[in-house]
Design a protein around this ligand. Structure first.
Ligand code: DGY
Length: 328
């Protein structure tokens, strides 16, 4: 058995991923794998660089930078990289282009649900409201106290229309949104027709949106695309929501826009850095709701992501097409 084991492809898993994925790897009989057996902290870089030496496959999460240094440390055996994430900004794509297969994956439902929750939490000021109720701020019923903005008759703007943007719009539509608009590198008529969304310029998106939700990937083109130029064109009654990546936002500009009343509020599930230091200025603002990157954190989705990461790794190692492969 020992001898047989040692001929199997070697895989390193950089996190104690949810049980479904580990079970698939364990029961496959196709690989031998080692694991950073913790979910509380990422594997230290030094250890990671040691552990990947000579591996055939790697399963990672978004805390690992997969760059030239790591690929060099892994060496030429490495054929498949499977990331348990839909985001891929932790991967240096230019380096990967040389050889690797990687996949990206489905978090659509849980991200869309959380985005709706964050949007309503921000627009209806729920965090402020529970704080007031708990700490004695709740006096007599007052006519304009804790008023927010409603979705009914609003225009919702989507920055970067993909499956997640569509799923968000589908969930918001029953709130009687008046109009969905979106912008992207180019119109995406097939997706847009599902939600009856109109393609507009970036400027129009800023000007017209009562709620602007960011759904694009972080790439060199989208880095800090949400900056003072965008915020200054938004209405001062508008709500900004980001569940994609913190890097698409210039946080100083956002702070400025929120603290001067340029926009009404922001809900962020993602920041730079993560975790955001507790003394960060954004935490001082009542009109900014910050969540610790939990958009995909439902038991169903995280287990599905784990299973898919494992299955894709096995497919890739067998030389078969992977599910949701990222075409490089
Ligand atoms: C992703 O998949 O990229 C999310 O940010 C975490 O699930």
């Amino acid at each position: 058995v020992q001898r047989e084991m040692s001929t199997l492809p070697r895989v390193y898993v950089t996190r104690q991923i949810p049980p479904e994925g580990l079970k698939i790897l364990r029961e496959s009989g196709q690989v031998q794998f080692e694991l950073w057996d913790s979910d509380d902290a990422p594997v230290p870089r030094k250890e990671l660089l040691q552990k990947v030496k000579g591996v055939d496959g790697l399963v990672c999460v978004l805390t690992e930078k997969i760059d030239a240094e790591l690929l060099d440390a892994a060496g030429p055996n490495l054929k498949v990289l499977s990331t348990m994430s839909v985001g891929f900004d932790h991967l240096s794509l230019d380096e990967l282009k040389k050889s690797l297969l990687i996949f990206k994956h489905l978090v659509t439902y849980s991200v869309a649900e959380l985005t709706v929750a964050l949007l309503l939490t921000t627009s209806r000021r729920l965090v402020e409201a529970t704080h007031e109720a708990k700490t004695g701020g709740w006096g007599t019923w007052r006519t304009l106290w804790l008023c927010g903005y409603e979705l009914a008759n609003s225009t919702v703007g989507i920055l970067g229309l993909g499956r997640i943007g569509v799923a968000i719009a589908e969930r918001l539509a029953p709130f009687k949104v008046k109009k969905f608009i979106y912008t992207d590198i180019a119109p995406r008529p097939e997706l847009a027709s599902i939600i009856n969304a109109e393609y507009v310029s970036f400027d129009e998106l800023a000007k017209q949106s009562d709620f602007l939700t960011v759904c694009c990937a972080l790439t060199p083109e989208t880095k800090e695309i949400c900056n003072k130029d965008l915020f200054s064109k938004m209405k001062n009654t508008s709500i900004f929501i980001n569940t994609s990546r913190g890097g698409v936002v210039n946080q100083e500009d956002l702070y400025e826009a929120l603290s001067t009343g340029q926009i009404a509020g922001a809900g962020l599930d993602v920041t730079v850095p993560e975790p955001l230091p507790t003394n960060h200025p954004l935490f001082t603002l009542k009109n900014c709701v910050i969540l610790p990157h939990i958009a995909s954190a439902s038991y169903t989705t995280r287990n599905a992501m784990s299973a898919l990461a494992a299955n894709n790794l096995l497919l890739g190692l067998r030389g078969e097409p992977m599910i949701k492969e990222l075409k490089l």
